[in-house]
Design a protein around this ligand. Sequence first.
Ligand SMILES: [Zn+2]
Length: 91
Amino acid sequence: MTGIGPTICNPNPGFGLRVRLDHAKAKSLASADWSCPCLRPAEHAVGYDEVEQLVIRAERHMRDECPNEHVRAAAAMRSERRKQHARKRRK
Ligand SMILES: [Zn+2]
């Protein structure tokens, strides 16, 4: 795995969070965009720090704030899987 944190994949293209960190020699070109199936306006970020903040905001929205229950369920599952993964690795 490369880049910051886990890469978040979305099985439904069109919605969700996309992070691009393939400019390894120019970190300022890291970029991400995010759109949610709910009516929340889409966001995008450019730059390493901005991308990180966007990822955190997006995950928090999808897990806790989104009015779409499918989005929340999927995000909760991702977060749970990540926790299990982390626990397994630490042992
Ligand atoms: Zn939403």
